[in-house]
Design a protein around this ligand. Structure first.
Ligand code: TNX
Length: 525
């Protein structure tokens, strides 16, 4: 075995033009540790097998997903064989996936070893194996993403990788309310974000402009409240069957769906659907503009709480994940005392349906508690590198509530890149690719430490985004940087090093048909 070079943290700067046999592979998110082993590369052949080394349906599914990716482009049969258990597998012309007791890797880490004989992937969980497959994918030539047979060789460089995430929550949010996105569009986004080890998809299912999930006990929410969107288009909604299909598809990508029913503001679509929910008993018209903060549920009416009990009850039964997002943002038409009363009554409803609460940062003004595991999603505009005082973050942490960090001027992917961006907003400033990458959860706030932070999330609000291609343009190339901030160690992080790795994603997105923004900040491969 040739002496390898150990790459820990993000210290090594590979050159885009380097000899592929000796170059350090460019992986996003950067692995915790990676040793390159020159001379030990593995080349897939028409005889390569994918060996399942554990008796687990989930592992078999991960193996099948790898086969599904590589068969069309390589044209090789890549049979999935096994389970082969009880002895070391994958030593010859094979890619082996197996569960192994590797407690130091936590619930999502993996070990990946590539040598001349084959590829060995081991992890404590199927999720870890899935993440390892995403790394393997980036070690293969970009054209592996093609759905048509391509010319090889299909060479994987010799590496030894040990990897696990820094934060448990690495989220993306899609606003399907301001504009509706179909099941197929949402699944496509799941495909794309899971490549970067994102493990939460927060769906913003209700807002002033549209209600996007069928609720059997309140059917007009979807049929009327979901009948339009920003700009007056036809809107839409997910049937419960379709929502369940999205949840299942996400789970196959080891992504948990976190559904949001925004409250007490951002509720015009519901208030328009049921006159009785309004304090004055009169339904407002549907709304297709882009103002925020004008609507409020009627905090003093018992019907309001029956409504949330019914809605959250149905949603909780459809949602295997432990969190329901209750919104709580921009309640400009709800007096603070009412806001507190409302959340005092809403929280036990969510808990009674067996779920934990996540809300936007403003919920820290109410009587929230870290036990049970309430989360506050912070969307403040922050420097990101020099810690700043943030009263709502401080209030949350003092109540034992952990934070999800989504600083709007770094992590909001609906912000324009610059003044020439064809879509997006800029109320939090322009967010260049560099700006989206140069911040860290641990240096956002004074008085907030890493233990107070559950993770990161990159929201996409859709006032200006009408289809998945426009969403892709905003998410790529910025989303991989947020994913890296959530996954990779902070040590040695550098924009100059990162941008060379990001450059390697361009050809992959081109092959996949992802509509990414070819930012001039990156020297694309
Ligand atoms: C603020 S950030 C909102 C959303 C808008 C977004 C537009 C937050 C919690 N609420 O209602 O869609 O700005 O960027």
């Amino acid at each position: 075995v040739l002496a390898g070079s150990l790459v820990t943290g993000l210290a090594v700067t590979p050159s885009a033009q380097a000899d592929p046999a000796t170059a350090v592979p460019r992986i996003i998110p950067a692995p915790v540790s990676m040793t390159t082993v020159p001379g030990q590369s593995f080349t897939l052949t028409r005889h390569t097998k994918i060996v399942v080394g554990s008796r687990s349906a989930d592992v078999a599914r991960v193996a099948a997903s790898l086969a599904g990716l590589a068969r069309p482009s390589t044209g090789y049969p890549l049979p999935v064989v096994g389970p082969v258990v009880g002895h070391v597998v994958g030593d010859h012309d094979a890619i082996s996936l197996r569960l192994a007791a590797l407690p130091q890797l936590g619930t999502e880490g993996y070990e990946l070893n590539v040598s001349r004989g084959g590829v060995r992937l081991a992890a404590p969980t199927a999720a870890g194996l899935f993440h390892g497959v995403q790394t393997l994918r980036q070690l293969l030539p970009a054209k592996v993403e093609s759905r048509r047979t391509q010319q090889g060789p299909w060479t994987v460089p010799g590496v030894s990788i040990s990897d696990h995430p820094r934060f448990a929550w690495r989220g993306a949010m899609l606003d399907v309310s301001r504009h509706f996105f179909t099941v197929e569009e949402t699944k496509r986004y799941i495909d794309e974000i899971s490549m970067y080890k994102i493990n939460v998809l927060h769906l913003h299912l209700s807002d002033d402009q549209g209600w996007r999930i069928a609720i059997k006990s309140w059917p007009r929410l979807a049929t009327y409240g979901g009948s339009t969107e920003v700009g007056g288009g036809p809107g839409g909604y997910y049937t419960q069957k379709q929502y369940t299909d999205i949840v299942r598809y996400a789970a196959q990508h080891f992504i948990t769906i976190v559904p949001e029913i925004d409250s007490p503001s951002h509720t015009n679509a519901a208030l328009a659907s049921y006159a009785d929910l309004n304090c004055d008993g009169k339904a407002p018209p549907l709304y297709t503009g882009t103002n925020v903060g004008f609507s409020s549920v009627c905090v003093d009416k018992d019907l309001t709480y029956k409504f949330f009990d019914d809605v959250i009850g149905e949603l909780a039964r459809l949602t295997p994940g432990s969190y329901i997002h209750v919104g709580g943002d921009e309640a400009h038409s709800t007096p603070l005392a009412d806001y507190v009363t409302f959340l005092d009554r809403l929280q036990p409803i969510v808990h009674a349906h067996g779920k934990n609460i996540i809300g936007w940062n403003e919920i820290a003004q109410a009587d929230v508690q870290g036990s049970p595991a309430t989360l506050a999603q912070n969307w403040s505009i922050l420097d990101g590198n020099t810690p700043a005082a943030d009263p709502l973050a401080t209030a949350a942490v003092q109540k034992g509530v952990q934070l999800i960090t989504s600083p709007a001027n770094h992590a909001y992917l609906d912000m324009q890149y610059d003044a020439n961006s064809p879509y997006g907003l800029h109320w939090a400033g322009y967010v260049s690719v560099q700006k989206s990458y140069q911040w860290d959860p641990a240096t956002l706030f004074t008085g907030v430490t890493e233990q107070n932070i559950r993770g990161v999330e990159a929201p996409i609000w859709s006032e200006t985004l009408t289809n998945i291609h426009e969403v892709e343009y905003m998410a790529f190339p910025r989303l991989p940087g947020i994913a890296e901030i959530g996954w990779s160690p902070r040590t040695g992080r550098s924009w100059d090093e990162y941008r060379t790795r990001l450059a390697a994603q361009g050809p992959r997105w081109t092959v996949m048909g992802v509509n990414f923004y070819r930012s001039p900040e990156i020297s694309w491969d």
